[in-house]
Design a protein around this ligand. Structure first.
Ligand code: KIV
Length: 281
């Protein structure tokens, strides 16, 4: 089965066809996500907080991203796999950035995503001309959380909003095939989507983007608490389901109810007889 291509997304934008993008970080869930019909899977650096227990995406390394990208790429056949370039894998120098983006593609990604606007546009241009598809990311870019002073809505003033529109145009002009808009006012996201010819993919950016992206674990409620983010909708409460299933297993083991004959392997009577005899000898 051939993988979808970034050109399909451009066509969907022209046709006004919306699509969903979702994170996945491991083989088992990536398979389920693809089977559920998600066309674009993001191996986001949100794997830092979600999978590795970090406070933010800042500690995530290239090694982490390569490890998870390989697992997701092996799991999927049809999805576009976008891998995040982690903090400081593209900011320190263009040559290092090119090598890191190349490594993510070699690990199985179809494309890379990096954060920033006009400042990263020359790098995006260079990657695209080297054959590396690039997705942009504007608004509340989590790698800059320390610069922003927290997870705050971006683009609230006329100047900040105009900067985001300019940045989106600069990324499109540099060759980005899609742009994520994170935590920006819905009317601003709509203005951006109307002004660019590539898909604007929103998260906390209102209903008028061309596509939406969410973190899989937010959607599934796959946490040990009831956390709920304003930008996310919980479609299931798997955290509770996991805890319940594990508790039942523990209780059955302690009570001697698991395993039963059904989960055990028998031995031929004759073999058993011989074994008993030799054990007696
Ligand atoms: O890392 C991530 O999951 C992301 C999305 C929130 C867009 O970048």
């Amino acid at each position: 089965m051939a993988r979808l291509s970034i050109h399909t997304l451009a066509r969907w934008k022209r046709e006004g066809r919306r699509f969903a993008m979702l994170t996945a970080y491991d083989h088992a869930l990536a398979r389920l996500v693809e089977q559920a019909g998600v066309p674009v899977v993001l191996v986001g650096d949100s794997l830092g907080p979600v999978m590795l227990g970090y406070d933010s995406t800042v500690p995530v390394t290239m090694e982490d991203m390569l490890h998870h990208t390989r697992a997701v790429a092996r799991a999927t056949e049809r999805c576009i796999v976008v891998a995040d370039m982690p903090f400081m894998s593209y900011q320190a120098g263009a040559d290092e950035a090119m090598a890191n983006a190349g490594a993510l593609l070699r690990a199985g990604a179809t494309a890379v995503k990096l954060e920033g606007g006009s400042a990263v546009a020359p790098l995006v241009r260079r990657m695209v001309s080297a054959g590396i598809p690039v997705m942009g990311h504007l608004g509340l870019t989590p790698q800059s959380v320390n610069q922003f002073g927290g997870h705050k809505v971006q683009g609230r003033t006329p100047a900040a909003a105009a900067r985001i529109i300019g940045d989106a145009r600069a990324l499109e002009e540099a060759g980005a095939f899609a742009i994520v808009l994170e935590t920006v006012p819905a009317p601003l996201a709509r203005m951006v989507a109307e002004r660019i010819d590539v898909p604007a993919i929103g998260i906390g950016a209102g209903p008028d983007c061309d596509a939406q992206v969410q973190v899989l674990h937010d959607l599934l409620g796959l946490y040990d608490d009831q956390r709920q983010f304003r930008h996310a909708k919980r479609y299931a409460v798997l955290g509770e389901a996991v805890r319940g299933a594990v508790r039942a297993y523990v209780d059955e083991v302690v009570a001697g109810e698991f395993p039963t004959e059904a989960e055990s392997f028998p031995m031929e009577e004759e073999t058993l007889g011989e074994l008993r005899q030799s054990a007696r000898a």
